[in-house]
Write a protein that binds this ligand. Structure first.
Ligand code: HGA
Length: 616
């Protein structure tokens, strides 16, 4: 995903820009660039494909200095990763960096070409540079020019803009993609993520959609909508960055796992960032070939291991119901050795946090070698840009979870689910699903980070319950529908880090065998959101109670389930049934975590397990 850093200061800002880009690297990108005002009227620019280190090497041979500049890590949506397509884009005196997608770029391009503007890239972003340049000529002032230019843009953007004739200022604009202003001792800064600017400040203004900001070395003015259709200077309260810098460890948390559980609202917001339009998902934001691949898909083979496999199992429920596309999900270590039959039009989807999971990679290669022609392409969902899986796939959707240190996956799972819901809605849009439900789900996705934050408030209650659990030797997890894989994930989490034997069953399967295990020493954890299967699940819970089983039920507040002898009920924040798998994951992670802590296991590095499984 793209990253923006911009700075105006009293000294050469290049080191700040480069450090900022490095701190955004975890988000994934394919090229990087920087532009500085070297002297009034003179712009210097360097762009390179690949890592920020490659850009640094380029700059070492041809250094740039300046008191104001913009910098960018690009993750291509429009046009291949190349030097010409890398940002900043320049038009006359103007240099621009952009995160997001300009949906009406073709209309604007035709208009600008007719006026004589020459395009040197395939990006949607270049229209922004030319538009601002045109308006600058008409209006003579950069802020006015940016305001006039953004009025023409449709889509999502965060922008950083400089004018070679004004080395004392940078302009920012935000609409649908985040942008913050960093307030420093030696200057003012813009960043798509405060993380980029932590070396120079911990004080930030969080811009709102529609805001423009003009920053100089000593101050900034934010211009926002004020209700009468015009922008006026507005106050955005400076806020201290309260979190720890993730590059410096666990911060206030005892374990990385707990820290990462708590990072999920932000991680999921990052996974959604720039990918939601007003009532649709922005398919182009998935990557240049997304529309074609998803449009040609007739069925899906979803292949993964461990926690990622559980994310795939949830997605099957979504894809089949919301997009009407058949989906089979398989563990990679089986798929890779099977004579897979892939009918024409099969999309091969792989999921892996690291992108280096040996079985998943092998499954991708095996499938391509055997049935290459049948696949419309390979789509990977992954957290590590540049990993083997990403390199070998036709299209990759990055999860943007940020580095996950705890071996037991938490935020990687919920961000995979988020990415899978985005793909599901993309498929739905391209395969004729009605727009009303799509729009409702898009709106609910925007609210998802808040819901996850609410689910984390159950922490103390779950910690108390976990004390009881730590004495058990076995546990059964039950769910129905899309909560069945969440029960599997809850059981996996518990066994991974607490070493308590845990199994998950579809609740309807109980009477076909596992009911024989139920007695007072076998607790049963059940998931009971509001969905069409709630009444069926209640019957299954009665079957457990009738045999003296101890129940811990995570339930919707309106479920009608109440605590009773042998039954503990934890109310999970009310949520729509499609997003319930994400919300119900968090209490199960917390349960596993607190049980493991109570049993004094090595939570972050459980015995026998590794983070990135690169061997078969
Ligand atoms: N559309 C622009 C920026 C892409 C982006 O924001 N990616 O996360 C481009 O393709 O250059």
């Amino acid at each position: 995903m793209c990253g923006i850093v911009a700075a105006v200061g009293s000294d050469n800002v290049l080191p700040i820009l480069l450090e900022g880009l490095k701190r955004l690297e975890y988000r994934g990108y394919d090229s990087a660039g920087v532009a500085l005002i070297e002297a009034p009227g003179r712009l210097g620019r360097a762009r390179e494909v690949g890592k920020v280190a490659a850009l640094e090497r380029l700059l070492a041979s041809a250094p740039l200095t300046g008191l104001a500049g913009v910098a960018h890590t690009r993750w291509a949506t429009h046009g291949q990763p190349s030097q010409d397509n890398a940002h900043p884009h320049v038009s006359g005196r103007v240099a621009v960096v952009h995160n997001g997608i300009i949906e009406n770029h073709l209309v604007l391009k035709n208009e600008l070409v007719a006026e004589g503007y020459a395009f040197t890239s395939e990006t949607d972003t270049e229209v922004v540079a030319h538009l601002i340049e045109r308006e600058l000529q008409r209006r003579g002032d950069l802020l006015a020019a940016v305001e006039a230019a953004v009025a023409r843009l449709e889509g999502a953007y965060a922008l950083g803009v400089i004018d070679a004739d004004r080395p004392d200022r940078v302009i920012g604009a935000r609409h649908g993609s985040p942008l913050v202003v960093g307030i420093g001792e030696e200057g003012y800064y813009l960043g798509s993520d405060p993380l980029a600017l932590l070396p120079v400040t911990d004080r930030f203004l969080y811009l709102e959609d529609g805001d423009l900001v003009e920053a100089t070395r000593t101050g900034c003015v934010v211009h926002g909508w004020c209700g009468n259709g015009k922008r006026t200077p507005v106050v955005r309260e400076p806020m201290r960055y309260e979190h720890d810098d993730p590059s410096v460890g666990k911060g206030e948390f005892e374990h990385y796992m707990l820290k990462e559980i708590y990072e999920q609202p932000v991680a999921v917001a990052n996974a959604l960032e720039g990918r939601l339009g007003s009532d649709q998902v922005l398919i182009e934001a998935f990557g240049p070939r997304a529309r074609q691949l998803l449009g040609e898909t007739r069925q899906i083979h979803l292949v993964a291991c461990g926690t990622s496999y559980h994310a795939g199992l949830v997605a099957r429920y979504w894809i089949e119901e919301l997009a009407g596309i058949p989906c089979q999900v398989e563990v990679a270590s089986e798929y890779r050795y099977r004579d897979v039959v892939a009918p024409p039009g099969t999309l091969l989807m792989t999921l892996s946090q690291s992108g280096e999971t040996a079985d998943t990679l092998a499954a991708l290669r095996h499938a391509r070698a055997r049935q290459g022609q049948a696949y419309v392409g390979a789509l990977s969902i992954c957290n590590v840009p540049g990993s083997s899986l990403v390199r070998e796939s036709d299209l990759s959707l990055m999860t943007h979870a940020g580095p996950e240190i705890g071996v037991a996956s938490t935020k990687a799972f919920t961000t995979q689910l988020t990415a899978l819901m985005l793909v599901t809605l993309g498929l739905r849009q391209l395969h004729g699903g009605d727009g009303e439900l799509t729009a409702r789900l898009v709106h609910r996705l925007r609210y998802l980070p808040t819901l996850l934050g609410d689910a984390l408030k159950l922490d103390a209650e779950i910690a108390r319950i976990a004390q009881r659990f730590s004495g058990y030797r076995h546990t059964l997890f039950l769910g129905r529908g899309a909560q069945m894989p969440i029960a599997q994930e809850g059981a996996l989490k518990l066994k991974e880090i607490s070493y308590i034997h845990a199994e998950a069953y579809a609740a309807g399967e109980l009477k076909h065998g596992p009911l024989a295990l139920i007695d007072a020493s076998m607790p049963v954890v059940a998931l009971a959101p509001m969905d069409g299967l709630l009444d069926k699940l209640k019957s299954n819970l009665q079957e457990v109670r009738a045999r003296g089983g101890r129940l811990l039920v995570f339930a919707d507040p309106e479920s009608g389930l109440e605590a009773a002898d042998g039954m503990t009920v934890v109310n999970v924040p009310a949520c729509c049934r499609f997003l319930a798998p994400l919300v119900y994951t968090l209490p199960l992670q917390l349960l596993a975590y607190h049980v493991a802590v109570a049993r004094s296991t090595d939570v972050d590095q459980p015995r026998n397990l590794a983070k990135s499984v690169t061997v078969e």
